[in-house]
Design a protein around this ligand. Structure first.
Ligand code: NAP
Length: 499
């Protein structure tokens, strides 16, 4: 079935008539054909969103939220259909496909709840007979640009807070997962969003994404993807002093101290490094291991990693799905070659898996390098695949220094039984998320999510903090004294008398 753009409440082809295919990375099967949009499609979508904005912002937030509640209910009912499509279009194993959709459900309900909160502040004025209060205002047309690795969850992080806050949206999902983008928009249409409030434009980032960022009708760009693309987005947005919220790359680490529960650590490492085939922004690609336990840890970890079953994620017994596409597979293997050239010790994997059915997809064996030095490219650059580097250290202080010494700052985990060292780590680790005795994965939709350094530009998605991205504060003063009162000039005596 052909999937289409959604503009002003209509499902339409790209103006050029061009299309491209969405493929299953595990099998090479063509899942569908979608519009390859261009500048005219972007213009039409932004104009529709701009026209819809005044009416949508005037709808009371609790009423807007009712549509989100309905969307949440529809998602619950269709969770399995969505999850299976997540596995088919993105490749993650079905249990994680269900998790991706569950995160979208949680997020949708959370922001539906915000429709009846979105609190402002009231505060005393410095002058008598004067009130001071604040409101959150929507910003206008939001461009939501998303990656392929969480094809329902990440769009929900942007669409739901943007919509409940009264913005209108043009959504551009990744070209590797366009069908899921269309499915989510269909569901929101069915939930009752009026025409023009949410628009979908499918097509290449370098055309559609860039045009959205440059479009003067777009007031805010909310982008999740690589630091390279995000930097381009930021540069373009800066030319128009446009608001931009960026969630970008990671180089996350698990620190294992000498008093850690090693069995527990192994479980956390397997899940964080090889879950989603390492293609999570929160995936652990470094284990910073205390030298006293490094060998014991590896003796437990490597055989378990070797046993992980690769295959089509629809098979419930499979642990590790494919890599998203041929280019990414090539990139991951390129890092194996880099690691070998740099002198790291390849313990496991390091090659494409091609036996039997695997030859039809983009499969790569779970890969572990030992004796990685913190300055190596393997330890510094985001790989976004199932490649794990073991970095030996001799103390907590050194572990923290190694953890913080990368260009990214999304998530860190630390395994220790010592409360003093745990609190020292919580204080000194400079990532946006810290886990104690759990892996680097496990964000929840009602809490702030985002990273430091080149992972982001200071915003936090998730929870109430996302509203700071999608709204602007308006401060209102109400002077009911009936005369001119001058702030900072008419100093009122501190006698309690009302002059
Ligand atoms: P990507 O190549 O940067 O693409 C992300 C999105 O941006 C896609 O929709 C892409 O379109 C579009 N795009 C590409 N170039 C653009 C441009 N010049 N202007 C505007 N839009 C553009 O990233 P990806 O490979 O999809 O995703 C993997 C990356 O996302 C990793 O670095 C990962 O760490 C990061 N990520 C971060 C978080 C977080 O919360 N920090 C979460 C998930 C993923 P096309 O698909 O058409 O190219």
């Amino acid at each position: 079935m052909p999937h289409q753009n959604y503009i002003d409440g209509q499902w339409v082809a790209a103006k050029s008539g061009q299309t491209f295919e969405s493929l299953n990375p595990a099998t090479g099967e063509v899942l569908g054909t979608v519009p390859k949009s261009g500048l005219q499609d972007v213009d039409a979508a932004v104009e529709a969103a701009a026209r819809a904005f005044p009416k949508w912002r005037a709808v009371p937030a609790p009423r807007r939220a009712e549509i989100l509640f309905r969307a949440g209910e529809l998602l619950v009912r269709r969770k399995e259909d969505f999850a299976r499509m997540v596995t088919r279009e993105m490749g993650k194993v079905i249990v994680e496909g269900r998790g991706d959709v569950q995160e979208a459900i949680d997020t949708t309900y959370y922001y539906a709840g915000e429709g009846r909160r979105m609190f402002g502040f009231t505060t005393p004025s410095e002058l008598p007979n004067k009130a001071a209060l604040t409101f959150r205002d929507p910003i206008g047309v939001v461009a939501a640009i998303t990656p392929w690795n969480f094809p329902t969850a990440i769009p929900s992080w942007k669409l739901m807070p943007a919509l409940v806050a009264g913005n209108t949206v043009v959504f551009k999902p990744a070209s590797d997962t366009p069908i899921l983008g269309a499915m989510l928009v269909e569901l929101l249409e069915e939930a009752g969003l009026p025409p023009g409030v949410l628009n979908l434009v499918l097509g290449p980032g370098g055309v559609v994404g860039e045009a959205l960022v440059k479009h003067p009708g777009v007031s805010l760009v909310s982008f999740t993807g690589s630091t390279a693309s995000g930097t381009e987005v930021a540069v373009e947005a800066a030319r128009q002093v446009k608001r931009v919220a960026l969630e970008m790359g990671g180089k996350n680490a698990i620190i294992v101290l000498d008093d850690a529960d090693l069995d527990l650590a192994v479980e956390g490492i397997l899940w964080s490094a090889f879950g989603t085939t390492g293609q999570r922004c929160t995936a652990a690609s470094r284990v910073i291991a205390h030298q006293a336990v490094r060998q014991q840890l590896l003796d437990r970890l490597a055989p378990r990693a070797a046993q992980l079953k690769l295959g089509n994620g629809l098979d419930e017994t499979v642990n590790v799905g494919p890599i998203i596409n041929a280019a990414q597979l090539q990139k991951v293997h390129g890092y194996t070659e880099v690691g070998q050239r740099e002198g790291a010790v390849l313990l496991l994997g390091g090659e494409r898996a091609t036996e039997g059915e695997l030859s039809r997809g983009f499969f790569y064996r779970p890969t572990i390098f030992d004796q990685v030095r913190p300055t190596m490219r393997l330890a510094q650059e985001e790989i976004f695949g199932p490649t794990l580097s073991i970095i030996p250290v001799r103390s907590l202080e050194q572990a923290i220094e190694v953890n913080n010494g990368v260009p990214y700052g999304l998530t860190t985990s630390i395994y220790t039984a010592d409360v003093n060292r745990a609190f020292q780590a919580m204080r000194d680790l400079t990532t946006g998320l810290v886990y104690l005795n759990a892996g680097t994965i496990g964000a929840e939709s009602h809490l702030p999510f985002g990273g430091t350094r080149k992972t982001g530009n200071g915003h936090r998605e998730g929870g109430w903090t996302a509203l700071d991205i999608f709204t602007e504060w308006k401060t209102v003063f109400v002077d009911y004294s009936g005369r001119l009162q001058r702030a900072q000039i008419d100093l009122v005596p501190q006698t309690g008398e009302n002059p």
